[in-house]
Design a protein around this ligand. Structure first.
Ligand code: NAP
Ligand code: NAG
Ligand code: NAG
Length: 334
């Protein structure tokens, strides 16, 4: 009798411990009280690869990703919506088990257009709310007169108050942009999604952002370890001795070490892949962590080299992507 009770209570303790562990390892608390899964799946795809989005997203959810990153600009929200309908229907996950991040249309000129625009994101995604809604870029992509990022931020605050998004945040904001929102905004951004990887470590921006209680999501987590548009070769490679040594120590792949490095800097990496093997290895990060010394060793690869350009170059890319998107969308929703 007592043995049975003892075993039951022991099992309960183990259960609680596991729950706590899972919480600390796999979720992070945002500054607005919401929780976010500690790893996200990137969904951007080249126009010629759009047909791979639905199967990749479904597979990602099957292997355990619970956080999807998309944007109006990616022209794939309708595909994410389709994939979600399928996984909900199959009972793989419920809406409340999955965290959806999307971003504001870069052509929105002012506060009052934010909510109507978000309603279109939601319609494409077939959702009645998103978990996180981000301003995609601090820059005035189309050079609107009187454009003010703070005015747009007030529209984001309106969206959160209406419950159309659980959390609001920013993307590609440098510390000057972040500071302006902190000074004049009413709601603190929950997240800043920026490029962070071994060749662009962003030590200062990550430190400032985190010191203000804002969670960093790291895009282009593989930096120049994978081919980029510029076709530039920049070390390290996945075969780099520093990375290989760390990977051997933990019995992991070097790609997993790079993602774990971003997690051990307290950021949320957003790897993207259409390859089932990569999709699953990129998610298998929760049974190890690297030391501070190893984080410093990887920081040494920094060249502050952006994968997607910076300043005007970055904005030009966004404008190009937007024009390509208009053509795709014109075909889809005449
Ligand atoms: N907020 C913004 O402005 C912004 C800008 C850029 C990106 N993002 C977000 O961040 C996500 C990721 O950024 P990114 O697209 O630059 O991604 P990335 O994950 O750094 O690189 C993707 C590339 O890495 C390859 N890859 C993935 N896993 C691999 C592995 N284990 N081993 C070897 N190669 C691997 C992929 O090829 P395979 O398909 O063959 O695996 C793909 O070519 C995007 O999808 C998007 O959601 C946001
Ligand atoms: C998209 O794919 C085309 C070929 O289909 C290629 O020329 C182009 O470089 C790709 N763009 C990116 C950003 O990978
Ligand atoms: C942030 O970008 C703006 C340009 O939009 C620039 O004026 C400012 O100096 C930058 N701040 C930092 C800290 O780099």
């Amino acid at each position: 009798m007592w043995t049975v009770i003892l075993i039951i209570s022991l099992l309960k303790v183990i259960d609680a411990a596991n729950g706590l562990d899972a919480f600390h390892q796999k979720y992070k608390l945002l500054n607005d009280g919401n929780v976010i899964p500690a790893l996200a799946f990137g969904t951007w795809a080249n126009t010629s690869d759009l047909h791979k989005v639905i199967p990749s997203v479904i597979y990602a959810i099957e292997v355990g990703y619970r956080n999807l990153d998309t944007a109006h600009l990616y022209g794939n929200e309708h595909l994410i919506g389709e994939a979600l309908s399928i996984v909900f229907e199959r009972g793989l996950v419920r809406r409340e088990d999955i965290f959806i991040t999307t971003k504001l249309d870069v052509s929105v000129p002012s506060r009052e257009m934010v909510i109507p625009s978000l309603q279109k994101n939601l319609w494409r995604l077939k959702l009645d709310y998103v978990d996180l809604f981000l301003i995609h870029t601090p820059y005035n992509t189309f050079n609107y007169p009187n454009y003010d990022i703070l005015d747009i931020w007030r529209g984001m605050e309106d969206a959160k108050k209406l419950g159309l998004t659980k959390s609001i945040g920013i993307s590609n904001f440098n510390s000057t942009h972040v500071n302006r929102i902190l000074k004049y905004g009413k709601i603190r951004p929950a997240v800043n999604e920026i490029e962070v990887n071994p060749t662009r470590t962003q030590l200062d921006l990550v430190a400032y952002t985190q010191s203000q209680g804002i969670t960093v999501m790291s895009y282009a987590p593989f930096g120049y370890l994978v081919p980029r548009m510029s076709n530039e070769f920049v070390p390290p490679t996945f075969g780099d001795p520093t990375l290989v040594k760390i990977a051997r120590k933990y019995g992991k792949d070097t790609s997993q070490v790079v993602l774990r490095y971003l997690m051990d800097r307290d950021t949320i990496p957003i790897p993207r892949s259409h390859n089932p093997l990569h999709i699953s290895t990129n998610a298998d990060l929760f049974d190890f962590s690297i030391t501070q010394e190893e984080v410093y060793a990887i920081n040494e690869f920094n060249k502050n080299l952006p994968a997607y350009g910076s300043g005007e170059g970055f904005t030009r890319l966004i404008r190009q992507a937007y024009n390509a998107l208009l053509q795709t969308m014109a075909l889809l929703y005449k």
